[in-house]
Write a protein that binds this ligand. Structure first.
Ligand code: AQP
Length: 332
């Protein structure tokens, strides 16, 4: 059976981009067709300036939101990355096959390093090496597929390169995974700046729809979305990024094709209104279920405990095999 691995990083409140680009597909499609492993990748949240209490809070919230979005612990393994040592163990071995130049070419590093510098801090070494830890996350589970939004494609490519290189040098150890992504809304853009990705750690909340936003807030943000000059509703991501982003959000939320939908609208106002309604309806059950789960925190804790136990069992044989293959003396 196909094995899937994917994760979310608790660097902020989860967004509509995370949901449409990844989480919804995991819940509605992936976990029904494949052996699925989903993870709150909290170690990745330490790569930028962070508040420890906030990371803890956001990790719990992300796990709760994954459950609220429909991840079913009877079907999928759900756990927190730092609860399973295998990720960090394997990451070090992969650092020994990755190169410094490769890391510096990563787009996310190039985008995030200057932001960290501008905040007055130094750039953490872990920000540079984080794609290697992500490769370890994936390879430890022998994943065949990694369902991610478009922004993560380059990291999955790196994971493939590291797996192939390790296998060639030290013998067949890892499955070489491939990225999959949704047909629509693989890159949801910021509503206030449709040329940048809607990112959970961005500071301008006005352009970001959070999964836990109240319906009124969702409506306001979408009704105030920046649109393009002109008034015709056309799907053209390059030249009409604002309107195209709304068409993609609408198409992904209620089904359909953005290009086909464009023909149904004569004004930006009508498109915004329908998009806002569709997103409010899409998120309603997630918010409701989240509210119930928050009241039942022992259930979430038990899911994560059992998930980590299962994740350890799944990942240990591959990581142990990698330790042997690379030349480390097994403990007596
Ligand atoms: N705007 C987006 N559109 C589509 N997919 C997206 N994803 C993230 N943003 C969008 C996908 O959501 C999954 C989880 O993302 P992540 O937690 O690994 O974080 P990220 O990719 O670094 O993006 P974020 O949410 O914007 O976080 P920050 O701001 O901290 O970088 C991934 O599959 C991702 O592709």
């Amino acid at each position: 059976m196909t094995r899937i691995f994917s994760g979310v990083k608790p660097t902020g409140h989860l967004t509509l981009g995370n949901h449409l680009g990844a989480i919804r597909g995991w819940a509605e499609v992936d976990q029904h067709r494949a052996d699925s492993v989903f993870c709150v990748v909290d170690l990745h949240a330490l790569t930028v300036d962070h508040d420890p209490a906030r990371v803890r809070r956001l990790s719990r919230q992300a796990a709760t939101l994954l459950l609220a979005s429909g991840i079913d612990p009877e079907r999928s393994v759900l756990f927190v990355q730092s609860h399973v040592d295998e990720h960090a163990r394997l990451s070090y071995l992969l650092e020994c096959v990755a190169s410094d130049g490769e890391m510096r070419r990563m787009i996310q590093y190039k985008e995030k390093a200057p932001v960290e510098q501008a905040r007055g801090g130094s750039v953490r070494l872990s920000l540079l090496t984080y794609p290697v830890l992500m490769a370890a996350d994936i390879l430890a589970y022998g994943a065949d597929e990694v369902p991610v939004g478009e922004d993560q494609t380059q990291h999955v490519e790196l994971t493939r390169d590291l797996a192939v290189r390790f296998n060639q040098r030290y013998g067949q150890t890892f499955t070489v995974p491939r990225a999959t992504r949704p047909e629509v809304a693989a890159r949801v853009m910021d509503l206030q700046d449709p040329t940048s990705k809607m990112g959970k750690s961005h500071e301008s909340g006005a352009g970001i729809v959070y999964l836990l936003d109240e319906p009124d807030a969702v409506r306001k943000k979408i009704m105030r979305a920046v649109t393009d000059s002109g008034s015709e509703v056309v799907y053209d991501r390059e030249n009409r990024p604002g309107v195209s982003n709304l068409l993609e959000i609408l198409a992904a939320s209620e089904g359909g094709d953005p290009e086909d939908l464009s023909g149904a609208y004569e004004s930006y106002g009508a498109l915004k209104k329908d998009t806002a309604d569709a997103v409010v309806e899409l998120l309603r059950p997630v918010r409701e279920r989240h509210r119930e789960l928050v009241r039942d925190s022992s259930y979430v804790e038990e899911v994560l405990r059992a998930g980590a136990e299962r994740a350890r069992e799944m990942s240990r044989p591959t990581v142990d095999a990698a330790y042997r293959a690379i030349g480390l003396l097994p403990p007596a």
